[in-house]
Design a protein around this ligand. Sequence first.
Ligand SMILES: NC(=O)c1ccc[n+]([C@@H]2O[C@H](COP(=O)([O-])OP(=O)(O)OC[C@H]3O[C@@H](n4cnc5c(N)ncnc54)[C@H](O)[C@@H]3O)[C@@H](O)[C@H]2O)c1
Length: 369
Amino acid sequence: MKKIAIIGIGRLGLCLALNIEKAGYSVLGIDVSEKYVAAINSKSFHSSEPYVNEYLTASKNFVVSTHIQEIFEKEYNIIFLVLPTPSKSSGEFSHHYIDEVIENLAKYGKQPITKHLVINSTCMPGYCDSIKEKLSALNYTLTYNPEFIAQGSIIKDQQYPDQVLIGETDAEVGDMLQTIYSKICKNTPRYCRMSLLSAEITKLATNCFLTTKISFANAIGDIATKVGAEPEKILEAIGADSRIGNAYFKYGFGYGGPCFPRDNKAFTQFAANNNYAMLISEATDKTNKTHHDFLVEQWKLKFEKSEQIIFDSVTYKKGTDIIEESQQLQLAISLAKAGHQVVIKESSTVIKLLMDAYSNLFTYQINDN
Ligand SMILES: NC(=O)c1ccc[n+]([C@@H]2O[C@H](COP(=O)([O-])OP(=O)(O)OC[C@H]3O[C@@H](n4cnc5c(N)ncnc54)[C@H](O)[C@@H]3O)[C@@H](O)[C@H]2O)c1
């Protein structure tokens, strides 16, 4: 049985590990928290992400450890890195988690047999090229293989991707990855293989295009609402044009969550660092804010201050427990701060997060169904 190691068994890494195991590989996960690792190994870990609990329970060849040296002891030659790349105040991503792991791998010296490092984390364009020579000196190849998945459907998104993006320095390693994905995928995705830098740009530019599409739809919806036209009908008709399409083209909340806003900002900053004004991404970000302000004014007109405004969910996507950059939550906050009575119906997990962050701003109703 072929062996694959994954360093970083978080939201994305755990799903990748389970899908790779299900595809017939033996998977060793490495993570830092003893408690978390123990919960996964005892299969008592519970995720709200669909299919994770079932896949974890059914898994037979997936173990997690806190000891990175097991990669060397047990001869894992393909090593995925699915580590956090948090945003800095400039909008760029910080790669310090990846840098630290590479420093750690370097302590084990030059490898007698070539190992293949595959970065899945979202990186700034240029990062992979900046580390590839150091890795090559240690006898590691480097491949960049970011994912196009959404929270709340990660397992299925990995099984049915439109495209598998592989930024490669070595075509044989690209072939190896393509073989792994051909076993994970239940559809026939397009394999997009290119240089490391091109793949880094492709990943961010894809999300930038989607945020632009969302902001464009919301801007059309706002102006249509303002003049008394029909936003939904207008957008449906525009999206019916096959050159445009209806996906991500509805009138609703702005884009939010852990990826879209930060990828858009990072791409703008990447362009600025290279003396190019990425005006579209800047306008997309501003339009998302303008749309928020427009919605606040609309809702203020719609509801008296004596009325309750009930939000059925304030996570950035229904069915997840993620409130990061949630536009629904931003609207609820703006209305509550303007003196409206805002009631939030949410799962107990989300209510706990909200109470920690916003204590008395809202009234809460638990909905754990
Ligand atoms: N979650 C998503 O929806 C999503 C989508 C697309 C891309 N991404 C990208 O994937 C990357 C990972 O995202 P995530 O959401 O899985 O993050 P996460 O924070 O959920 O998981 C990261 C994991 O890495 C572990 N870790 C940190 N330092 C470590 C170390 N030194 N050794 C071993 N493990 C370590 C953490 O304990 C955590 O479990 C990010 O770059 C993110 O932008 C995430």
